[in-house]
Design a protein around this ligand. Structure first.
Ligand code: SF4
Length: 733
């Protein structure tokens, strides 16, 4: 294990430029006046109360615990690094050439801290006592350590995601980029693992070069899931709200935490008897204990056939004003209890006489729920809340961070700009890519989403205006519970179609909505606006149209290019027919091609009855050749054979599928032709070269020879073009 003595190589703690620094002030994070302010010297930086942190940010991400890094020197290194990322304008950081110039978000810093903690623990296990001994092989070994998932025997059984690999590589790269900042230990100056590649490159991340990788929710899952969620909101929602109110009211009286309960009193027996008498008088069954409480009673010596076994004696005691029904009271109360049980029976506490509700499959009506214990009632309310989240997420496409920022009262007033056409909006915050605190925004939604928010507000435990509507939630777990409930006998009783297994996430729901929207007319733009993407390219990725707009533009450009090429080749063909021939190394090949077209039989003399020749036919014949045409500044390039392309030979890429026009040497390449339209370029080039030649001193013989060759070549091309242009009729006639 690394020790303090071995880790300090450059300086002690007091040499750090951050000693005594107020972390939040330096990072420009705002704290309430009465909050504790983390100092650099602390080993725990608590950002819990920083104003504007997203609701989605977990508590553990808000507390930076450096004590997990055992070695004090390395702990100092990590603290310096994290503060440098939070406060890039600090004079000690601003000087570093490869330091970040914009502050990292606390979540990013938290992730960096976690990875660095892992890295230093790993270094300790390898008995590397100082960063100065870190080599390229160690960096690669750490990446491999993080990359592969091993079984108990050390065999590779899987691979981590590119994100994990990138984090691992980034930890090493950060130690290199900020090495001059560190006062306790530093990596060696020449360390340059992975050839200096970026962390994303090292991790082989596609980085948005392909379409969005989040798969949409399959239709066979989406349909029953949404149908169940909508049924729960629209049909069962009002009943669930009533149930929620009953649970809250009951809790105020009979929960262990209810206010005003007494431990005991001389009148306790009489008070409980009075409660029992009320039950008997009203003909209401006594409350039943939860199933999981039966076992402890049996273990405590209750008889399995005791009529009082299922009675929730504690609930009755609390209804009488006492915290518990103590065992010493039971002998006295047994008689009244037995009488009450005989008279009214024992039943689960909630939804004893549930209203009828239509089933989801239209088979009729059934009680919307069977009688429930309290925990079952709370669970059912939770299922309805999950249904509301599903509807909201599926039809609004809101990110998890945006859903978590929803607050009670977020439903905007319903607008009706045109009679009968109502617009529903909900307000939340966009967090992703926004400054701390997020940016207020609104989402236009359909009525069901609006209704889902209303249901959530009604199911809220404390629905004061501005309270978080959902807070942080784990959709993965909630969805699993929701699916289990729908697929259970309870869901089947309500006529809900079973939901197939398969993971559904908020991202998948957002992707599904994006696809649904984007494939409608004008859908990409609508999706971009609705999902609040910063760039259309992101929306195109969501819509499985990588490079969508760019691809459309490119296709358009290609079409224009093809049309232009066809016009050019037709013009040159007509020139050929007029006797104006191409020149240059590729002229012969082109002339032969033109001749092959020109010599085709006239329709009148053709043996085949279908032979026709018109401009359209000629264009068709020319089209294939036109596809090989590339336009150079001083020539046409007929790129028919890559192996003959001089530019590709010079570039060492003989198998490329496009010429390198920028390297074109058209006077020597067998695929180049010159035409009258190129004459001005060559003439100007010759003229300029001649001017240069005239200005060259006599001592510069090499330069003179090169320019002279250049000039001669330009003049030769001009002469060839002139000869081909001024002697029409000597060609194909
Ligand atoms: S050298 Fe010029 S003409 Fe020859 S293939 Fe390359 S670009 Fe085309």
């Amino acid at each position: 294990m690394t020790t303090t003595a071995t880790a300090y190589h450059f300086a002690n703690v007091s040499a750090s430029p951050f000693v005594g620094v107020d972390v939040c002030r330096q990072a420009r994070l705002t704290l309430p006046n009465d909050a504790d302010r983390p100092l650099f010297d602390h080993d725990l930086w608590d950002f819990t109360h920083v104003i504007g942190l997203p609701v989605q940010m977990a508590l553990h991400e808000r507390r930076f615990d450096f004590t997990a890094i055992i070695d004090p020197g390395w702990r100092l290194v990590v603290k310096e690094l994290v503060l440098a990322m939070l406060a890039p304008r600090h004079p000690a950081v601003a000087l570093l050439p490869r330091a970040y110039r914009t502050p990292l978000h606390l979540r990013s810093c938290s992730a960096r801290l976690n990875e660095l903690t892992r890295l230093f623990a790993w270094l300790g296990q390898r008995e590397i006592s100082t960063l100065a001994h870190l080599g390229t092989a160690d960096c690669e070994a750490y990446l491999a350590h993080r990359r592969f998932v091993l079984d108990d025997d050390g065999a590779v059984v899987g691979e981590q995601s590119p994100g994990v690999r990138r984090a691992a590589a980034q930890a090493v790269i950060d130690l290199i980029d900020y090495r001059k900042l560190f006062t306790a230990d530093r990596v060696p100056p020449g360390l340059r693992p992975w050839g200096g590649a970026s962390a994303s490159a090292v991790a082989e991340m596609s980085s948005g070069r392909t379409e969005n990788k989040t798969a949409p929710v399959p239709n066979e899952t989406l349909q029953p899931m949404l149908a169940a969620a909508l049924h729960l909101i629209t049909v069962l929602g009002p009943h669930a709200v009533t149930l929620h109110r009953q649970v809250c009211e009951t809790d105020q009286v009979s929960a262990i935490t209810a206010a005003g309960l007494h431990h005991s009193a001389p009148t306790a027996i009489a008070d409980i008897k009075a409660v029992l008498a009320d039950y008997v008088a009203a003909g209401i069954a006594l409350p039943m204990i939860e199933d999981h409480d039966i076992e402890p009673r049996l273990a405590a010596g209750w008889a399995a056939d005791d009529p009082l076994l299922p009675v929730a004696t504690g609930v009755l005691a609390r209804q009488a004003g006492y915290t518990q029904l103590w065992a010493r009271w039971l002998p006295t109360l047994r008689g009244p209890f037995l009488e009450a049980v005989a008279a009214t029976g024992v039943k689960k506490q909630f939804a004893r006489e549930a209203d009828e509700a239509p089933t989801a499959n239209g088979s009729g009506t059934v009680p919307w729920t069977l009688p429930l214990h309290r925990s079952q009632a709370v669970a059912l309310i939770g299922i309805v809340r999950t249904a509301a989240i599903i509807v909201l997420a599926a039809v609004s496409g809101m990110r998890a961070s945006e859903l978590m920022e929803l607050r009670v009262g977020c439903r905007c007033p319903i607008e009706e700009p045109i009679p009968g056409l109502r617009r529903f909006r909900i307000a939340s915050k966009v967090v992703k890519g926004q400054p701390l605190g997020g940016t207020d925004d609104e989402w236009v939604v359909i009525e069901q989403a609006h209704q889902a928010v209303e249901t959530l507000e009604q199911l809220h435990d404390d629905p004061v205006d501005g309270a978080l509507l959902l807070g942080r939630f784990d959709f993965y777990t909630r969805y699993k519970w929701f699916r289990s409930w729908v697929n259970s006998p309870t869901g089947q009783r309500l006529g809900l179609a079973p939901i197939p297994n398969g993971r559904v996430t908020l991202r998948k729901l957002r992707r599904t909505l994006a696809l649904e929207m984007a494939y409608r007319p004008g859908g990409v733009l609508a999706t971009k606006i609705h999902l609040k993407h910063i760039a259309v390219a992101t929306t195109e990725g969501y819509a499985s149209r990588p490079g969508g707009a760019q691809a459309e533009l490119l296709a358009e450009v290609n079409k224009h290019e093809a049309d232009r090429n066809l016009e050019l080749i037709l013009a040159e063909f007509q020139n050929y027919q007029q006797g104006v021939l191409p020149t240059g190394p590729g002229a012969r090949s082109l002339t032969e091609f033109f001749a092959s077209i020109d010599e085709m039989p006239e329709p009148s003399t053709a043996p085949a009855p279908k032979t026709q020749r018109s401009d359209r036919d000629i264009l068709n014949l020319l089209t294939k050749r036109a596809k090989t045409l590339h336009i150079g500044p001083a020539n046409f390039c007929w790129f028919t054979d890559p192996s003959r392309a001089l530019c590709l030979k010079l570039a060492g890429t003989p198998t490329a599928d496009r010429p390198l026009v920028g390297m074109c040497d058209s006077a020597r390449c067998p695929q180049a032709t010159h035409h009258p339209c190129h004459r001005p370029v060559w003439a100007e080039h010759a003229e300029r070269t001649r001017t240069f030649l005239g200005n060259l001193g006599t001592t510069r013989r090499t330069e003179h020879a090169r320019l002279q060759a250049d000039y001669d070549r330009a003049m030769r091309v001009v002469a060839e073009i002139d000869a081909a242009t001024t002697n029409p009729g000597e060609g194909p006639a």
